[in-house]
Design a binder for this molecule. Structure first.
Ligand code: CA
Ligand code: CA
Ligand code: CA
Length: 321
């Protein structure tokens, strides 16, 4: 259900903002493919502010927006490769949901799934060579693994219920995913080869590893709406991070572990918000009135050391606790 709610957000939004988007599109054309530095701390996200869903990047304070895609189809779910060089995303430009991989400046988008079924929710391996993703190509949703060029596809799950939304751990050893095998939206962890499936004591959607690999952030429904939660990878210390009557979904923790970007419907339109890792200091970073979703952080610059990492976040954001 959580997954469906997150998806449904895309539909009304297209109608709500159609007129506004037309006006904005006429008023200002964002820079095309001019990413300043794909290795600096940036957030990729999807927005329909230019008339249909496209992939953008921005600074963590919402400034410096750059559009990376330009296609009439829906382009969504950006996932930055750990080496910072590429961004994978989901697009309907070939008639059904496919995973594409493009350079981090938006150039050379390539359809790497090429399958009439739905292919979505990809996650990079730490070496940026492979992609884990979900597909219903074999009749129901399963988790698959492939090389980033789309070759050597292997199926990691095999059962009659839905297996969705995989995320690879920072050490590359584990995959967290959602499975309906025991209950709706059960969060599970398995080894990278699909073996050793174990269930975590919670339900939810969009489970994503923390930067240190010790915990998982996800959205979870209580009181009739979705909030952001965290649980340790061993299943301990389940805790709530947001508590708001609107839906808070699709969390992504910053690569230094200090912050979480997520989507919330608490404004007039769904937008990208930022908060400290403990759920405090929530603030919207995309404009009110503009739809934005699916935030994904760029990796830290390769040269960044542990000592210098905090500077990347403090600079221009200033909400670190
Ligand atoms: Ca598009
Ligand atoms: Ca497909
Ligand atoms: Ca399945």
């Amino acid at each position: 259900m959580n997954e469906q709610i997150a998806r449904k957000m895309e539909i009304p939004v297209m109608f709500q903002t159609a007129v506004v988007c037309l006006i904005l599109a006429l008023a200002s054309e964002p820079a095309w493919g001019q990413s300043k530095d794909p290795h600096s701390l940036r957030i990729a996200y999807a927005s329909n502010t230019d008339g249909n869903l496209e992939i953008y990047t921005m600074n963590p304070d919402g400034s410096g927006r750059t559009r990376l895609t330009k296609d009439a189809a829906k382009d969504a779910e950006p996932k930055w490769s750990p080496d910072g060089k590429r961004i994978a995303f989901k697009s309907t430009r070939d008639g059904n949901d496919e995973i594409y991989v493009m350079n981090a400046d938006g150039s050379n988008p390539v359809n790497v799934t090429r399958n009439p079924a739905t292919d979505e929710d990809c996650s990079w391996s730490p070496d940026s060579k492979e992609l884990v993703f979900a597909s219903n190509r074999d009749g129901n949703f399963e988790i698959y693994l492939m090389l980033a060029d789309g070759t050597n596809v292997r199926r990691l799950t095999s059962n009659q219920s839905k297996d969705l939304s995989p995320s690879v751990s920072p050490d590359g050893r584990s995959i967290v995913f959602v499975s309906w095998r025991d209950e709706r939206d059960g969060i599970h962890v398995m080894n990278y080869d699909g073996s050793g499936v174990r269930r975590l004591p919670t339900t939810g959607g969009n489970p994503r590893w923390s930067a240190d690999g010790k915990s998982i952030v996800f959205h979870h429904a209580t009181d009739g709406n979705l909030d952001i939660w965290r649980i340790n990878a061993d299943g301990s210390d389940l805790r709530r991070l947001t508590d708001h009557p609107a839906h808070d979904v699709l969390p992504s923790e910053s690569p230094d572990g200090s912050s979480i970007a997520f989507v919330s419907t608490r404004g007039d339109k769904p937008g990208v918000y930022l908060m400290a890792k403990d759920g405090k200091n929530v603030r919207r970073i995309t404009p009110e009135g503009e739809v934005a979703m699916a935030p994904c952080w760029a990796p830290l610059p390769a040269a960044a050391t542990a000592a210098s990492q905090p500077n990347y976040v403090v600079k221009g954001v200033n909400f670190r606790p």
